[in-house]
Structure formats: structure tokens, C-alpha cells
Ligand binder design. Structure first.
Ligand SMILES: [Zn+2]
Length: 316
């Protein structure tokens, strides 16, 4: 250490107010005060050292705290990781329970569907029902029966696809020595209305319902249904009737009102009435042994029909 540093330290120790007086005193008392000054300087230095030591201790404490904190952080992270690892097998459970909850919320709808179809033999529980422009499609099949009708202005004429299929079938039948022809094909709403009203005028509405479809409720209005050969029970048991029953599905047709299915179709057995569905569905329906109503899980009842009343008819 040298003097200029001491001086600066001493100067720093004085207040501004007494600076001038202090200089005078310094000049006069310079010699006797040297020891005193040295002692004060030593004290100051000791205080500074102590302060430095204290600062160092503080720094060490601070570092220890930081170290402890980071250690705690690491431990905390480790705990979180372990917990996450433990809970990860539970996550699929919660996910699956969410799925099952979703399935449960969907279930009532499904149950309602199946309960609405309760009492019916329904191999396919869910069917897509679409209603557009007054027409009903179940699984994309246009449905016309006592429950589902067609609007007055639906007049497609005979289906070319169905006629072509019939012609192929007729050719095949001819090859087997059987002759098949269309007795009655497309019927417009107005034609059906005339037919029905004729019966109703003759025999009353109740009787008319037994022998004819109400206007809008005849499958003939679709252009996809044909009465083949003879529309009387004389047809049943003929070679043509047997051939039709055995082979019509190969050409895309079904016997629409099968024997023993009056309750579901709403019509008595009509061995002559065929409906075009396309080969795939016609074969499926025929092989199922079900009526189309049973196959699609639908009803065939006029809205005003009282339950249990036998209103099946002969000429659909
Ligand atoms: Zn018919």
C-alpha cells in the first residue's frame, strides 16, 4: 500500500462541510496523527475485509440455495416424469371410457331403433330411410306400400332397366319352354285412382281396399313392378308361376307379396306380382325368405287402418 491510496480513503471519510477546516488541521497535526490515521485505515481495511468475507459467505449461501433449488427442480421433474409414466397406462382407459361413453350415448338411439322394430324378424337392424319429394327410400330402395306412398305427380313411366331385365328373363323362360308376358306394368296415379274409385263406387271403400291399392300406394306407379301372365289364383301352381318363383331373382325381381307374408306386406299372396330390385338385392331378399318389409324392417299399413283388421287385398 502507498500514501496516495490512504489519502483518498481518508478524504472519502470526511464530510464536505468540514473539508476546509480539516485541511488546516491536517497541516498542523500531520505528524502526531499518522499513527491514528494508520489505525483508522487498518480498521477500515478490516471492516472492508469483513464485508468482503460476508459478501463471499452470502455469495456461497446464494449458490447453495441456487444449487438446492435446481436439485429440487430436478427431483420435481423426475417425480412428474415418473407420475406421467405411471398414469400413461390409464390414459387409454380414459380414452376408451370416453369412447364407451360415446357409445352409450349412441346406444339409446340404437335401442330405440331396435325396439321400434321389435316383434319383427329383422336380420339387418339398421336401415337408412330417406324421404325426398314425397318418396321414401329405404337403403336406397324406393318403397311403395300401404305405409309409404308416391306423390300424384310422380309419373316416371315404365322403367327401361326393369323392362330389359324382364325381356331377358322372358327369353330364358322361353328356352325352358315357359312363356312369360307382362299383363300389367306401369300405372299412373290417375289410372290407379280411377281403378280404386271404380271399386269403391261399386262395393264401398272398405271392399275397395281389399281388391285395390289406394292411389299413390300402388307399386305399379314406380314403373318397377309387373303383373305377369294371369292375375288370378289360377296362375298359382302353373309351370310359369313355378318358373317365375324359382328364377326371377336371377334377373333382379322378387315375388313381392309372398305366401304367408300377408301380415308384413299388407297383401295376400300374389304369385304374379314381381318387383324389380336388381339382381344382388333381389337374390338377397329371396334367399332370406323374408318379405321386403321384413327385410327392410318397415311396415305396410294405411294410416287409418285399425290394428288387427285384415285388409290384405288381391290386386296391388
Ligand atoms: Zn300388381
Amino acid at each position: 500500500m502507498n500514501e496516495p491510496i490512504w489519502r483518498s480513503i481518508i478524504d472519502d471519510g470526511r464530510s464536505d462541510d468540514h473539508q476546509d477546516a480539516g485541511k488546516e488541521q491536517e497541516e498542523t497535526k500531520a505528524e502526531p496523527d499518522v499513527e491514528e490515521q494508520q489505525r483508522r485505515i487498518a480498521e477500515k481495511l478490516a471492516r472492508k475485509r469483513a464485508a468482503r468475507l460476508e459478501a463471499e459467505r452470502k455469495r456461497i449461501r446464494k449458490n447453495r440455495i441456487i444449487a438446492a433449488c435446481s436439485l429440487a427442480g430436478v427431483i420435481l421433474m423426475a417425480v412428474v416424469v415418473v407420475k406421467a409414466a405411471k398414469s400413461s397406462p390409464e390414459e387409454p382407459q380414459t380414452a376408451s371410457s370416453a369412447v364407451s361413453a360415446e357409445a352409450q350415448t349412441k346406444d339409446p338411439g340404437k335401442k330405440a331403433d331396435s325396439s321400434s322394430a321389435a316383434g319383427k324378424t329383422d336380420p339387418v337392424p339398421e336401415h337408412k330411410v330417406e324421404q325426398t319429394n314425397g318418396m321414401t327410400f329405404v337403403d336406397d330402395i324406393l318403397i311403395v306400400n300401404k305405409t309409404y306412398s308416391l306423390p300424384r305427380d310422380y309419373a316416371p313411366g315404365v322403367s327401361e332397366v326393369a323392362v330389359n331385365a324382364f325381356n331377358r328373363m322372358s327369353e330364358a323362360a322361353a328356352n325352358d319352354g315357359v312363356s312369360l308376358w307382362i299383363n300389367s306394368g306401369y300405372r299412373s296415379y290417375e289410372e290407379q285412382e280411377e281403378l280404386y274409385n271404380g271399386y269403391a263406387w261399386e262395393r264401398g271403400a272398405e271392399e275397395a281396399d281389399l281388391v285395390s291399392s289406394r292411389p299413390g300406394h300402388s307399386e305399379h306407379q314406380t314403373g318397377l313392378a309387373f303383373d305377369v301372365n294371369d292375375t288370378s289364383f289360377g296362375f298359382e301352381g302353373t309351370e310359369a308361376s313355378d318358373w317365375l318363383k324359382e328364377h326371377c331373382c336371377e334377373y333382379g325381381f322378387i315375388i313381392r307379396f309372398p305366401e304367408g307374408k300377408e301380415a308384413s306386406t299388407g297383401y295376400e299372396y300374389e304369385p304374379w306380382h314381381i318387383r324389380y330390385l336388381g339382381k344382388k338385392i333381389a337374390t338377397e331378399v329371396t334367399e332370406s325368405g323374408l318379405s321386403l318389409e321384413e327385410y327392410l324392417g318397415i311396415t305396410s299399413e294405411y294410416p287409418d287402418e285399425s290394428a288387427g283388421e285384415d285388409s290384405s287385398e288381391t290386386h296391388a
